[in-house]
Design a protein around this ligand. Structure first.
Ligand code: NAD
Length: 417
C-alpha cells in the first residue's frame, strides 16, 4: 500500500479481518462489523463574510452502537473523505470497547480549510452542520467531540444550536465543551495523559527507564503538545524533537515545553524556535530516540519508512498513524507499538466521564478524573499486552482481539447475528 493508494477504511477493514481470523469470528458477525450501520451525508450552505454563500460537504458515520450510543469527534479538514470518517468511526468502536466504556463508535467531518475561515464563518459552518446532523445526535444516540481542528468553542456553538433545535439544554449531546458549559475537568489533556499512562506501563513491561529517555513528537496540537508537557512533568522525558504541519525542530539537549509553546502561540508554528535545528516531518520519524509519538495525521509510518524508524516504543496518539505493512515491520524489528485506539483512548474516556457528569449535573474534581482515567487506561493496557503475548501477535492485533470480542459479544447477545 503506497501513500498514493492509501485508503484508511480498507486498512481498518483489513485490521478487523486479521482479528476475525484469530478469533474465528462467526462470518455474519464479522461481515456486520466490517461496515458502518448508518451514515449521513450533508450539504451545508454557509454565508461568508464577503456576502457570498459557499457550499460545504460533511458526514456523520455511526459505525456500531451495540455496546451503547455512538461516540466520536468531528474533524474540519480539507483532506476529509467519507472513507476516512468511516475508518475513524470503526476505530472509535474498538476504542470504546478496549477501555470498556458503554459506548459505540461514530465520527463526523466537514471538508473545509478551517485556517482560511474567520471566526464568524466557522461559527456559521458549525451551526449549519448541527442543523443537518442534529436529528441523529443526542445523549442516548450519538455524542460528538472535538478532533482535528475543532475546539471547545466549536463544541459550545454546536451544543447551543442543538439546544435551539430541541427547545432545552442537553449538555451531554456533545463533549469537549468549555468548563463553563458543562465541560469536564481534565478533558483538555486527557488524550495525552491516557497515552502517558500507557507509556509508563509499557516501560514497566520492557523494564525500561523513562527518566532522561529521549522522545520525538510529530504534531503539536492538543495531543502532541500535552504529550510534551506531561512526558516531561510525569517521567522526566527528554523531548528532543517536535513538529507541526509546517515542519520540525530538533535539539539534542531537549526542548523546553513552556518556551516552545509560547513560540508556537506567537508565530503560529514550532519552526524557527531559537536554538533548534530545522528537520522535516519525515526525518523526525527516523530519529534515534527511545520514544516516538506520532500525534498528527494517519499514514505517517508506512512500508516506505518503517524499517528506518528506530524508536523502542511508539506511542500512537494520532489515529491510524501506522499502516498494517508497517506494523509487521515494526513488530519484526522488536519495536513496541502502543496502538492508537488503546493509546489515545484517554480523550474518549474523559468524554464519557463528561457525559456521566452532565447526566447527573454533578461535577468531579480534576484529581478524581485523573484517578479514574488512570485506572481505565492501566487495565486496558494490560488486557491488550496480555492478549498480544498470549496469541503471539503484535499489540495492535492484541487490541483488536480484546475490543472485537467485546463488540461481537454485544452483537450476539442482541440477536443481530
Ligand atoms: P489538533 O488539530 O489540535 O493538532 C493537529 C496537529 O498536527 C497540529 O499541530 C498540526 O500542525 C499538525 N499537523 C497537521 N498536519 C501535519 C503533518 N502533515 N505533519 C506534521 N504535523 C501535522 O489535533 P489533535 O486533537 O491534537 O489530533 C491529533 C491526532 O490525535 C489526530 O490523529 C486525532 O484524530 C488524534 N486524537 C486526538 C484526540 C483529542 O482528544 N484531541 C483524541 C484521540 C485521537
Amino acid at each position: 500500500m503506497n501513500k498514493k493508494a492509501f485508503n484508511p477504511f480498507e486498512m481498518a477493514q483489513r485490521q478487523l479481518d486479521d482479528a476475525a481470523a484469530v478469533l474465528q469470528l462467526d462470518p455474519a458477525v464479522h461481515e456486520l462489523l466490517r461496515w458502518p450501520l448508518r451514515e449521513l451525508h450533508v450539504t451545508l450552505p454557509v454565508k461568508m463574510d464577503d456576502g457570498t454563500t459557499r457550499i460545504f460537504h460533511g458526514f456523520r458515520v455511526q459505525y456500531n452502537d451495540a455496546r451503547g450510543p455512538n461516540k466520536g469527534g468531528i474533524r474540519f479538514h480539507s483532506g476529509e473523505t467519507v472513507d476516512l470518517v468511516r475508518a475513524l468511526a470503526a476505530w472509535m468502536t474498538w476504542k470504546c470497547a478496549v477501555v470498556d466504556i458503554p459506548l459505540g463508535g461514530g465520527k463526523g467531518g466537514i471538508i473545509c480549510d478551517p485556517k482560511s475561515l474567520s471566526a464568524g464563518e466557522l461559527e456559521r459552518l458549525s451551526r449549519a452542520y448541527i442543523r443537518q446532523v442534529g436529528r441523529i445526535l443526542g445523549l442516548e444516540k450519538d455524542v460528538p467531540a472535538p478532533d482535528v481542528y475543532t475546539t471547545p468553542q466549536i463544541m459550545a456553538w454546536m451544543m447551543d444550536e442543538y439546544a435551539f433545535m430541541q427547545g432545552y439544554n442537553e449538555y451531554g449531546m456533545i463533549t469537549g465543551k468549555p468548563l463553563a458549559l458543562g465541560g469536564s475537568a481534565g478533558r483538555g489533556d486527557a488524550t495525552a495523559r491516557g497515552g502517558m499512562y500507557c507509556l509508563r506501563e509499557a516501560a514497566k513491561a520492557l523494564n525500561l527507564e523513562l527518566k532522561g529517555a529521549t522522545a520525538a513528537i510529530q504534531g503539536y496540537g492538543n495531543a502532541g503538545s500535552f504529550a510534551h508537557k506531561l512526558g516531561v512533568e510525569l517521567f522526566g522525558l527528554k523531548v528532543v524533537a517536535v513538529s507541526d504541519s509546517r515542519g520540525g525542530i530538533y535539539n539534542p539537549d531537549g526542548l523546553d515545553f513552556a518556551k516552545v509553546s509560547a513560540h508556537k502561540a506567537k508565530t503560529g508554528s514550532v519552526i524557527d524556535f531559537p536554538g533548534s535545528k530545522c528537520i522535516s516531518n519525515e526525518d523526525l520519524l527516523e530519529l534515534d530516540v527511545t520514544v516516538l509519538i506520532p500525534a498528527a495525521l494517519e499514514n505517517a509510518i508506512n512500508e516506505d519508512n518503517a524499517d528506518r524508524v528506530r524508536a523502542r516504543i511508539i506511542v500512537e496518539l494520532a489515529n491510524g498513524p501506522t499502516t498494517p505493512e508497517a506494523d509487521q515491520i515494526l513488530h519484526d524489528k522488536g519495536s513496541y507499538v502502543i496502538p492508537d485506539f488503546l493509546c489515545n483512548a484517554g480523550g474518549v474516556t474523559v468524554s464519557y466521564f463528561e457525559m456521566v457528569q452532565n447526566a447527573y449535573d454533578y461535577y468531579w474534581e480534576e484529581c478524581v478524573v485523573h484517578e479514574r482515567l488512570e485506572k481505565k487506561m492501566t487495565s486496558a493496557f494490560w488486557a491488550v499486552h496480555n492478549a498480544a503475548q498470549q496469541h503471539r501477535v503484535h499489540n495492535r492485533l492484541g487490541a483488536y482481539l480484546v475490543a472485537v470480542n467485546r463488540v461481537a459479544e454485544a452483537v450476539r447477545l442482541r440477536g443481530w447475528a
